[in-house]
Design a protein around this ligand. Structure first.
Ligand code: SF4
Length: 424
């Protein structure tokens, strides 16, 4: 009876899942509506602090990377990539960029959100990856839209005071740019409020992903990938903190009721790379069939953290919000040197009690993949935990072989078993 209940629950959409769908639908609907009513539209890279735009009454922002991930998850990634390739963009370019270019070139056709409204300003940064700046430059050239690039120093260690001051000064330039282009005035208090909302949302998101520390885990990393979306598209918006509070509450309640995504969990794995958006359901179901769960990922465990850690940033104390945003500018692992990456991964792996690492090599995201072989060797040597590397593009299904990947993952599980037997 308990098994039947478990199986029923597994395929039933949770309340937070339903709420997420509604939230994202409302988000994209409002974006198009407000753009149609004359709002100033900014396209941003995911690491650009979106809270800054809350300082203006009638500025909306869209996140092409997030839209590309959604497109891949909805099964139209390959279609949009092919449109970009037909226009001459190489298959070696990031699949997010190809999806976005394919969507824009076809006027939003086939997009799950009817594309994105045309921007008045593009804002990117160079700490996540340099490709992003080139990608936004295409629109700058083709559409004549201004492109503001935030220059963020790469981090081989924790952020220095002078780096923070340098980044904050650029935020002030960005604010002036938006004021000049949009004719609107900026209000710092609105940013303060947006930042408080984001920090609350992040605190609850961390509480949610921390459900992975339990045995069996209360979530899969795939849940954390999907639920991350509002942290990218809706940062600072009133209400997202409530969504994440309810998400964490509901997940904890499910665990108290004995509901776990992989009830017979024998292998707790850690994922290193971007989410495989086109495989979320398939991969998690096949892993569950092997009693394996990818419980955590470097991609999501770093959210809301300082360089080289996974712990939550201290809460916002009401000081200069621009400085606080600059301090959090390096939360994603992409701008980390090797030591910081390994450090963040090691701390997260210890916290979640990881049995094995899956390094997802992804040729279209060079910045994520380029250090993986060194990371793999280092964590394998220092932690003595079995590791495997598989090939999977984050958004283009054509380069992925399910059988090839699972042959390796199953070999990893056998190595975990062998290590357990040796340890007695
Ligand atoms: S970090 Fe990777 S996935 Fe993101 S835009 Fe750059 S190349 Fe693409």
């Amino acid at each position: 009876m308990a098994e039947v209940k478990q199986a029923e629950q597994k395929f039933r959409k949770t309340e937070s899942g339903k709420r997420l769908t509604q939230l994202m639908t409302e988000e994209y609907t409002a974006l198009h509506r407000r753009a149609g009513e004359g709002a100033f539209v900014v396209w941003i890279a995911i690491i650009v602090p979106a809270e800054i735009f809350s300082g203006f009454k009638n500025v909306v922002f869209a996140v092409p990377e997030s839209h590309a991930a959604l497109s891949a998850a909805k099964g139209v990634g390959m279609l949009q990539c092919e449109k970009a390739e037909a226009a001459g963009y190489s298959m070696d370019i990031c699949s997010y960029a190809r999806i976005d270019l394919g969507t824009a070139l076809s006027g939003g056709k086939d997009s799950p959100t009817f594309g994105l409204p045309r921007p008045h300003l593009l804002v990117s940064n160079n700490n996540n990856c340099s490709l992003l700046a080139k990608w936004f430059d295409v629109y700058h050239r083709e559409w004549g839209v201004p492109h503001f690039l935030i220059d963020v120093p790469f981090c081989y260690e924790g952020q220095k005071d002078r780096d923070r001051a340098y980044i904050t000064a650029q935020y002030r330039d960005l604010i002036k740019t938006v004021e000049q282009l949009s004719g609107q005035t900026f209000d710092l208090d609105r940013v303060r409020e947006a930042l408080r909302t984001t920090r609350e949302a992040t605190r609850h998101y961390k509480r949610f992903i921390d459900c992975a520390a339990a045995r069996p885990s209360g979530i899969t990393a795939f849940d954390s990938f999907v639920q991350m979306a509002p942290l990218l598209t809706s940062r600072g918006r009133p209400g997202i903190d409530r969504h994440f509070a309810m998400l964490a509450d509901e997940t904890e309640e499910r665990m108290r009721s004995g509901l776990f995504p992989v009830p017979g969990e024998r292998y707790r794995l850690f994922w290193d790379s971007i989410a495989p958006w086109h495989q979320l359901r398939k991969m998690s179901a096949r892993l569950a069939g092997l009693d394996a769960n990818i419980v955590a990922a470097s991609y999501t465990s770093c959210v809301g953290s300082h360089e080289g850690s996974y712990e939550l940033l201290q809460s916002y104390d009401g000081g200069d919000p621009l400085e606080a945003l600059a301090r959090a500018q390096n939360f994603s692992v992409c701008p980390y040197g090797l030591n910081l990456r390994v450090n963040a991964m090691t701390r997260a792996a210890r916290h979640y009690g990881i049995d094995g690492f899956v390094f997802a090599s992804n040729r279209s995201c060079k910045v994520y993949s380029i250090m993986q072989m060194d990371c793999l060797r280092t964590v394998s040597r220092d932690l003595g935990i079995p590791v495997v590397m598989i090939d999977v593009d984050h958004a283009d299904v054509r380069t992925y072989s399910e059988e090839g990947a699972f042959t390796r993952i199953e070999a990893l599980l056998e190595r975990i078993d062998a290590a357990r037997q040796r340890a007695g």
